[in-house]
Design a protein. Structure first.
Length: 114
């Protein structure tokens, strides 16, 4: 029977897993940006907007908004916010589980030796 979960160990595990997910997210963003850039999607979008707007499009440059450094910075910021939120939520859920398990008795597990 699992009647108690240590919130400190849950917090450490959630932090490490969230950190790993954050690294994967930043790397995936870099790879996806590289593929999209090599396919010329950003240039085509910029040209499409210039065609739609017309002669007033001299001040519009879509490519400055999707620069690699901006996209990676935004991805890293989202990863950091995700790390904090997921760690806090996992720790709070451990406390909630402990309170609930004290009332109803916890979860019964059957383990085999195979």
């Amino acid at each position: 029977m699992v009647s108690r979960v240590d919130p400190w160990s849950v917090m450490k595990l959630a932090f490490i897993l969230s950190f790993a997910v954050g690294i994967m997210m930043v790397v995936a963003t870099a790879v996806l940006w590289g593929v999209v850039n090599e396919l010329g999607v950003f240039t085509q979008i910029d040209q499409l907007i210039r065609d739609i707007i017309g002669t007033e499009s001299n001040n519009v440059n879509v490519l400055q908004y999707v620069e690699f450094s901006r996209v990676i910075s935004l991805s890293a910021l989202i990863a950091i916010v995700n790390l904090v939120i997921m760690t806090a939520l996992a720790t709070i859920m451990a406390f909630i589980y402990n309170i609930t398990a004290a009332i109803v008795g916890g979860i019964h597990l059957t383990l085999t030796d195979e």
